[in-house]
Ligand binder design. Structure first.
Ligand SMILES: Nc1ncnc2c1ncn2[C@@H]1O[C@H](COP(=O)(O)OP(=O)(O)OP(=O)(O)O)[C@@H](O)[C@H]1O
Length: 256
């Protein structure tokens, strides 16, 4: 069974059809990419999957369960987490505090009580802390736990954002342009990092990415959108040699 299934998704904004009849299946444990030129509808598709938008038509299924109509936080609680094109961290807090907050929010705790530290029992606090440190250790970020998030190199901030998404115990991770703004060496590292977390946390990964080298190297399957329509799907070799894909990208500068 597919972990994620998007079934005939249509998303219209007034007269604009951002996504038109989109069908996607992501199998368990796979790394799948969604690519396409700027404005093709990729982020809109992510927003439909994560409940930010209710689709005009169609349904989304997570492990066979229909999740269309659920709020974004309910969808997160089902086990879907995402990162964003622009890194969204608590930039003035430490690495560890960023993870602790994500953990606290996940257990339906409230942010205010965290900041004032009122109703937290020592036991709760300790177990959260050790869970968060364990997560950082698995991701190779433990030595940075007391660093302020915005002082980290860009590549490490990306990793921290992914770590924060994983603090929700997600099983499906949606990455929106994880390599955006990275230099070639950071992008190479990211590729290894994505493989490692997939294996370590038994994740399924669905990602939007413009860096074609990364997409071609890492993806088990690639979906290609253009003007809201799926124009191709398949392995890296199949997609690379597809005439419609080549046409869609002609004259379009790669971000890499
Ligand atoms: N909230 C919205 N209201 C109106 N139009 C929107 C909205 N969100 C997206 N669109 C339109 O839908 C189309 C698809 O946009 P989307 O951001 O999904 O593309 P994208 O493939 O993610 O692009 P990029 O690679 O540049 O991030 C665009 O024409 C965009 O202007």
């Amino acid at each position: 069974m597919s972990v994620l299934k998007a079934d005939n998704i249509v998303m219209q904004f007034g007269g604009v059809t951002a996504v038109n009849d989109l069908n996607i299946e992501v199998e368990k444990g796979k790394i799948v990419a969604l690519i396409g030129p700027n404005g093709a509808g990729k982020t809109t598709a992510f927003n439909v999957i994560t409940g930010v938008y209710q689709p005009t038509k169609g349904s989304v299924y997570f492990n066979g369960e229909k999740i269309t109509g659920l709020s974004p936080d309910k969808i997160t609680n089902k086990g879907i987490a995402r990162t964003f094109q622009n890194i969204r961290l608590f930039k003035n807090l430490t690495v560890l505090d960023n993870i602790l907050i994500a953990n606290h929010l996940h257990v339906k705790s409230n942010f205010l009580s965290y900041t004032t530290r009122m109703p937290w029992s020592r036991k709760e606090e300790k177990s959260m802390r050790s869970k968060s440190e364990m997560l950082l250790e698995k991701l190779g970020l433990l030595s940075l736990k007391n660093e302020i998030a915005h002082s980290l190199p860009y590549g490490e901030q990306r990793k921290l954002e992914i770590a924060r998404a994983l603090a929700t115990d997600a099983k499906l991770l949606l990455l929106d342009e994880p390599a955006a703004g990275m230099n070639p060496s950071e992008t190479m590292q990211l590729s290894g990092f994505i493989h490692t977390i997939r294996d370590e946390f038994e994740l399924t990964i669905f990602m939007i990415e413009h860096h074609m080298d990364l997409v071609m190297e890492i993806s088990d399957k690639i979906y290609v959108l253009d003007f809201g329509q799926l124009i191709a799907q398949g392995t890296a070799d199949e997609v690379k040699n597809n005439k419609r894909v080549i046409e869609a990208y002609l004259g379009v500068e790669e971000d890499a």
